[in-house]
Design a protein around this ligand. Sequence first.
Ligand code: BES
Ligand code: MN
Ligand code: ZN
Length: 504
Amino acid sequence: MKFIVSKSSSSASLDAVAFFIAKAHLKDELSAIAKLTGNSLEGLKSDFHAKEGEVSVIYNNETSLKSPRVFLLGLGEKVTLDALRASSQSFARRLRELKLAKVALDFSKAQQFASDSSESVSYLAQAITEGFIFGAYDYTLKTDNVDALKGKKSTAPKFDFKDVTLLCDDASMQQAKEGVSVGEIIGSSQSMVRDLINAPSNYLSATDLANAAKSSGKKYGYTVTVFDKKKIHALKMGGLIGVNQGSTEPPTFSILEYKPKNAKKTIAIVGKGVTFDTGGISIKPADNMGDMKSDMSGAADVIGAVEVAARLKLPVHVVGIIPATDNKPSGSAQNPGDVLTTYAGITVEVDNTDAEGRLILADALTYAKEQFQPDTIIDLATLTGACVIALGYQAAGMFTNNDALAERLSKAGFRSGEKVWRMPLWEEYDKQIKSDIADVKNTGGRGAGAVTAAKFLEKFIGDHPSWAHLDIAGPSFPSMGSSGSRGSSGFGVRLLAEALRQWN
Ligand code: BES
Ligand code: MN
Ligand code: ZN
């Protein structure tokens, strides 16, 4: 898929062209479109109301437009980033269903959109591009798709767009081009991340995840170091070893590093890489257990974020840390009640083997803190069902010891459309994770499950002044996503990209 920003489409003919329309400009827009397409204004008015998410298709007989189909995309009351992203996304999805490959989006009102939304033309163009790529995304292992992932069937669907033109005035051209190229980078890295998450566990082991990081590093020029099982044992990463103990697949511990010369700050991003979570001996119920292939969403986000930083050449030192394993019951698996010694030396009573994410993150957080002395540590994890109960699929839970960081991530969330909502880390919750026989216990009882998980992680942060934990269990794999199907949203890539771009 290739994006072009131009005054007019270079193709002799298009399959479809789309117009974004907000209620605030409905009358003017419909008059212009009626004229342009030779349709009656009355008809358009009665059929299209610019409601948010509304998509109408009208037909056109005028040759000046080069397209037989015109899509009207409703933005709601006024132009917003969220509305542009969402409508661009549903446009792309409809085009994919209809197999329409040569398309254009009208962005000639860029200046008006910018003043309506108080956003720059370039950021608006970025949002449209991200939305389009998101909607165009498809994951399938059906046999009508060829080629190989791991020597098996491909995830690359046969249909692809020829080119996507953003129609734009001279006044907005330069900015629109900048925005589109940033959007293409963020969007395509997000699609890569979604592929990793959607890949079933028999397509993606801890080793495959490490290899995915390696190949991204190779492609975009950053370094990736992978510790194998032997090294992980030598380093005494007791949390990762404990979770991996029941598995036949070896664990991996990957370190991704993008370090430009002009960097002032070091940001460490840590992601939970559980390639499949059965729960272990504290086994999960069968219903929807298959969704637990997505329990490495945080890890995939880490690859996406470091990749975006490298592709955009951001002036910040970004370190990605991925502890990876599956969580399986077997004769060799750890038992509830077992006590682990983590990499930090802190002992943990494994009260429930299904609270495995925090065990592997404990080692990774310590490693990030000690080896890189980062200015800020952010971890992303599909950590608790409790967070899904609290916030649903609409936002990630944010736990942080730093108000400025909270503000930064919250802003990045609203702007990128991947929202976070702050939750408490009060001392009162500490007693829930006290253990009789170890320094800490990996569960905290029924109440405040997302909070006690975060309190557990906090033990491994120590006195580091700038840490945020994002519990992405809900938004990363919405059980009924906006695309109407189960699957990865790639939540976290746009959020981190936006946060890192603002980090100066
Ligand atoms: N991976 C799960 C959390 C999860 C649940 C993610 C639903 C996405 C959707 C995590 O490892 C887990 O099992 N957490 C337990 C913790 C409990 C045993 C303390 C949970 O949330 O039930
Ligand atoms: Mn679990
Ligand atoms: Zn898990």
